[in-house]
Design a protein around this ligand. Sequence first.
Ligand SMILES: Nc1nc2c(ncn2[C@@H]2O[C@H](COP(=O)(O)OP(=O)(O)OP(=O)(O)O)[C@@H](O)[C@H]2O)c(=O)[nH]1
Ligand SMILES: [Mg+2]
Length: 207
Amino acid sequence: MKPTPISKQMDKLDPLLSFKVILMGDSGVGKTSLANRQAYKQFSNQLQPTIGTGIFKVVVPVGNFKVELNIWDTAGQDKFKSVIPMYMRDTIVCVLVAAIDSQLTIEHLDEWKALVEKDYSATVCMVAINKTDLQGTPGAKTIEDLRESLMDKYPSIHFVSAKSNTGVEELFSAVATECLNYQGSTRNNHHKMDLSHDSESSGSSCC
Ligand SMILES: Nc1nc2c(ncn2[C@@H]2O[C@H](COP(=O)(O)OP(=O)(O)OP(=O)(O)O)[C@@H](O)[C@H]2O)c(=O)[nH]1
Ligand SMILES: [Mg+2]
């Protein structure tokens, strides 16, 4: 029997829930590249730095739910940092992004987290260490070392590569699951929603 295409499987899923998610982190770590990879299945070696913010819409199936993520891709350059809190309102999950080949961007994760928590302490901060295709670059820490040094502060860490398309789908699936759990905990008297899979659906689609 032919497998049902993901688009058909997704038609069966309901309801559509929509959440706002923000990508933050130093300039050049690959925030726009991760959003592009998830939304358009594309990667470019020559992206211009983001100015202001861009919004990407993707739909991610999680169990019986079809979750729409509105991904706000912010600009990492210092000159834009002061405006980022203006975009934070109604954000459920913030993905703090750093690059594995730049220890400085990893050290700056705490500053980005502080920026989020200053006014929005309920926002969930997840971490994505991008550019894992560059593992082994001189001076770069290993995934194991990084996980160990960051796990106390950041329980949810994902190691990804927008370039080689490693872990990106899993990252946004985890983000969508976190959003659903948030929704479940606020709506259903702190009972988490049942996210068990009754189909083999996975993947995402962009609107
Ligand atoms: N090797 C490698 N390069 C990547 C990866 N992701 C992004 N890049 C490159 O890193 C550079 C910066 O990527 P962007 O996605 O523009 O970074 P950004 O975080 O959006 O930067 P700002 O918009 O300035 O905040 C680009 O040249 C990308 O091609 C990756 O996974 N691996
Ligand atoms: Mg960008």
